[in-house]
Design a protein around this ligand. Structure first.
Ligand code: C2O
Length: 576
């Protein structure tokens, strides 16, 4: 058509229409999606290690469903409680900006969802991409109620590494050959440590090395030559783990939904709560290779010393002489259970991809001792005092053993101005200075119970040095902060030295994380800006230590204006 010879008007309006159409379709691509899910929490028979247990699941699945979204999307998840326990769900690592109501820890941001009731978690993913996960956040229900939460980049934005051919979530879990809620109940009654687990699992399966488990071992087929992305999540309750794949190198590209400078390793160490994305290239002879995980144990205490396995299977792997019988997979070499040198060297390699904006001027410099303790009993022979020498186990930060409220959640009490639920006098430093990692006198072993929060001004810059203590035992305590991503600026063994250690901090390219472990008998320093108002739990992600009190919470005040103020609570927020 000879456009110019006709009147200009229809032509330009036609053009305008076409451009409008293009823009409209572009906009719909860029538009964030809203994902609706029902999560029905219910007991289902699950058979592991030769025995069937009535297991709390989501939608009958163990592990639970994988959530897949893009950065910018919104999740609307209706949690329907058809189990016999109170429950809440937590979206581990999601920042939940101004929206603590969707965070989930019981009695912190909400009261639990009672049996027969429901609650809808609604939240938007803002500037986060990578691997996170979700789990129950009430007593020990997360032992079986957990799943992967995968955040892809916005449409059209690529990964900062070559696109992998396949992506596989690897959920490392922990299994008890009894009801985990009973294990906890018994421990909380006796005051002793809970029984260690009977198996570790990969995507819910213990694998070939356990009784009655071979047939269900997870198998991941790969094509020779292709590169795959493993999204590894430590959803185990109480154990840091070493993980490796026989004869294959792993290239770490992200942790806790933050990209890292890629580096290559034979083995990773991953603490409960953490995630690690690794690339693996199938560049070995066509065969079957075990991926395996076992404990990295740092405490002087019993632990589950078993090994979970899955199989990486090249599609062209030869079968053995016996027809139909696949050849035995090759086994990876994992570090020894107490190989702190390997664990430390691995963690030290994790860095942000390039220079990041670490807070330099610090408004709140906090020094938190973290560790175990023992509560003395008036009658040490009591059935309730079965801890060491007739005591009860406890744990604390700065000698405060955190107690959850019962009558209301912290967040609701704060929002409604209800007094008597918590105090905001958490100590910024321990009440007494001592040689934290030396031979600590018995008089310092007993913490004080309390529901104390630490108040932060909106926008303040915060540094926390977590100092492990040797009370009862030194240990790697994976510290998790809800509602935030922080920079890990330094760590070391022994006592933190405030006059010399800060000079060695990495303020250039420290990694961004939501969970970081104290080295056993050492310290780790983090920094963040308190830019998310609300009440945010800080706790050890070892689920034995949380009910013992290894926790506190930050009360981050509102700033000015709507964008710095906590949203109103949803109408269906469960009552206590
Ligand atoms: Cu993944 Cu408070 O937890």
């Amino acid at each position: 058509m000879e456009c110019h010879k006709l009147s200009a008007k229809p032509c330009s309006s036609y053009l305008f229409f076409v451009i409008l159409l293009i823009f409209a379709s572009l906009a719909s691509f860029a538009d964030a999606a809203v994902h609706y899910h029902d999560f029905v929490i219910e007991a289902k028979p699950v058979k592991r290690l030769c025995r069937t247990h009535s297991t709390i699941t989501v939608n009958g699945q163990f592990p639970g469903p994988t959530l897949e979204v893009r950065d910018g999307d919104t999740l609307v998840i209706k949690a329907i409680n058809r189990a016999r326990y109170n429950i809440t769900l937590h979206w581990h690592g999601i920042r939940q900006l101004r929206n603590p109501w969707a965070d989930g820890p019981e009695y912190v941001t909400q009261c639990p969802i009672q049996p027969g009731r429901s609650y809808t978690y609604q939240f938007t993913i803002q500037n986060q991409e990578g691997t996170l996960w979700w789990h129950a956040h009430s007593r020990w229900l997360r032992a079986t109620v957990y799943g992967a939460l995968i955040i892809y980049p916005k449409l059209g934005s690529p990964y900062p590494f070559p696109m992998p051919k396949k992506e596989i979530p690897i959920l490392l879990g922990e299994w008890w050959d009894r009801d985990p809620m009973d294990v906890l109940r018994l421990a909380l009654f006796t005051g002793a440590a809970p029984n260690v687990s009977d198996a570790f699992t990969i995507n819910g399966q213990p694998g070939d090395l356990y009784r009655c488990s071979s047939k269900e071992t997870a198998i991941f087929p790969v094509e020779a030559g292709e590169t795959i992305l493993l999204r590894i999540i430590n959803s185990a309750m109480n154990q840091e783990l070493f993980f490796g794949v026989a004869n294959h190198k792993l290239t770490v590209v992200a942790v806790d939904a933050a990209y890292t400078k890629p580096f290559t390793t034979n083995v990773i160490m991953i603490a409960p709560g953490q995630t690690t994305n690794v690339l693996l290239t199938a560049d070995q002879p066509s065969a079957r290779y075990y991926m395996a995980a076992h404990a990295y144990n740092t405490a002087n205490a019993p632990f589950d010393n078993t090994t979970t396995t899955a199989i990486l299977e090249y599609k062209s792997a030869p079968c053995s002489a016996k027809k139909g019988q696949p050849v035995k997979p090759i086994f990876p070499q994992l570090p020894g259970f107490n190989d702190t040198a390997t664990a430390t060297a691995f963690t030290a390699q994790i860095k942000s991809p390039s220079q990041v904006k670490v807070p330099i001027e610090i408004d709140e410099s906090l020094f938190f001792t973290v560790g175990l303790g023992l509560i003395n009993c008036s009658n040490p022979n009591s059935p309730r005092c079965q801890g060491p020498n007739g005591t009860r186990f406890a744990a604390s930060i700065n000698n405060v053993s955190f107690v959850l409220p019962r009558r209301n959640s912290l967040m609701q009490a704060y929002y409604q101005g209800q007094p008597g639920i918590f105090t905001a006098d958490f100590p910024p430093v321990p009440p007494i200075q001592f040689d934290y990692t030396g031979n600590v006198s018995r008089g310092l072993w007993q913490p004080v119970k309390g529901t104390k929060l630490f108040k932060l001004k909106f926008g303040s810059t915060v540094q926390i040095v977590f100092q492990d203590t040797s009370i009862v035992t030194v240990e790697d305590h994976p510290m998790h902060l809800h509602g935030y991503q922080f920079y890990v600026v330094g760590s070391g063994f022994g006592n933190f030295d405030p006059s010399n250690d800060p000079a060695k901090f990495n303020l250039i390219d420290p990694p961004q994380r939501n969970t970081i472990g104290t080295p056993p008998g050492g310290w780790v320093a983090i920094r963040f800006v308190a830019d998310n108002p609300g009440i945010w739990l800080l706790h050890c992600h070892i689920d034995t230590h949380l009910p013992w009190g290894l926790a506190t919470a930050f009360l981050v005040e509102n700033g000015v204006g709507k964008l710095q103020t906590v949203q109103p609570p949803p109408l269906d927020l469960p009552p206590c």
